[in-house]
Design a protein around this ligand. Sequence first.
Ligand code: MV4
Length: 511
Amino acid sequence: MFTKLLIANRGEIALRIIRACQELGVTTVAVYSEADARAPHVREADEAVLIGPPPSSQSYLVGERLIEVALRVGAEAIHPGYGFLSERAWFARAVREAGLAWIGPPAEAIEAMGSKTAARQLAIAAGVPVVPGTTEAITDVDAAIMVAESFGFPVLLKAAAGGGGKGMRIVRAAAEFADALASAKREAQNAFGDDAVYIEKYIEGPRHVEIQVLADAYGHVIHLGERECSVQRRHQKMIEEAPSVAVSSELRARMGATAVAAARAAGYVNAGTCEFLLDKSGAYYFLEMNTRIQVEHPVTELVTGLDLVQWQIRIAAGEALPFAQKEFTPRGWAIECRITSEDSTNGFLPSTGRIEYLHVPSGPGVRWDSGVEAGSEIGLYYDPMLAKLIVHAPTRALAIARMRRALLELTIDGIETSRGFHLRVMDHPAFQSGDISIQWLEQTLPELTSVTANRETIRLTAIAAALLTHEERLASRPLAAASPPGASSNAPLLPVHAWATLARREGLRSS
Ligand code: MV4
């Protein structure tokens, strides 16, 4: 095992890696930008090194500096987390060439999966089902329209260098093709510096289901079942779960074998994820492979009992996987909500400020993976995800009830967060039935985000706000039971501080 590891990341994933290292007996080195000098990951690591100004282009993305720091402090390995440099093949290669271990797959596997057309070719060669389409970039518009007509509109134009939905255009008829192609190419060029675009048949209303794989350096490749990630907004996942209501044990075995075949074909080592579209008929199509640890890895950890981040480090240190595929069947149900500093009642506008008060939920089956604490300043330099709230319970219905309970326990004061949005999703009948597709969230957003949707909440928060003012007036006196103004005479009485707590939970201040 390594004795010292450098974490080239920040926030919750840096803390997640620190926890894994502490249990493995590995010394940790954090890096941080000037904006993160007081961040929890800096304090929790054994050592921390300042790497530059707040913009990530001058700090967390400066690969050469990170390698230089790792060598200077005597680290033997670099864990990139997710985002930042985690899927840059050149960085993985530079880390290896500096004599350091890379906690991730070989640079060649990152490269192969980074090009969507190369990944499709590799998948096809391995017998992995892909969406009907081309594996070559479009060079001639008329020829491309002929191809589109051969499998029928609607088709989807995708950037070869893409991922994450950038450079994607749905084309519903031949007449729209040329304009859509021009704008897809423009967007791909701006986003990736590569304007290559190819064609896929557009699958309507599918689910996004992904399979977690683990591969060691000795040819053992296993899958750990699926995650359901259909609750997305603008290609940002909001809620993930494991398993998926749409995946039977028979389908899990088939999709799992497919993911293992794709990983083998790419020469994959370490943790990775194969993304699939699962359509209403139960057919599935490989989309791409994510060559990093993913944000949503905890739901798989909870239903398999494995520590995926520890396994990433063990695999990089040369340990062999001691498991057989048949040891894994998901146990119970896990759900994750991404708690972001976004105002869901205001178009998910990023919210900034200081976290004035934080109450973290706990109790049976609750996990809180966070990068922030009371006093943290939330700015605009980095991703708005503050924390992940993850629950585990015996069944999906119990997991939803547990998530609802945990969200009600959570209090974050000082900034707007996605907490209220997640509560409304947990309460939605379609989410509860599991009858959702990748289109569900954006179609349902108006009912999930309108403030007027819940008159009872408004009534209660107005009462609570009034009582907070009252509480301040009575600050020096003992708190007695008080009835909310305007409440009927047989309304239950609550002590003033209970209403104040309610007000805090709704993010209200006494003003
Ligand atoms: C698709 C698709 C429908 N048909 N490909 C979005 C990002 C990238 N990873 C692939 N994406 C999609 N590819 C075909 N042929 C629909 C999407 C898609 C999507 C996929 C997963 C989760 C959310 C999504 C939201 C919109 C579109």
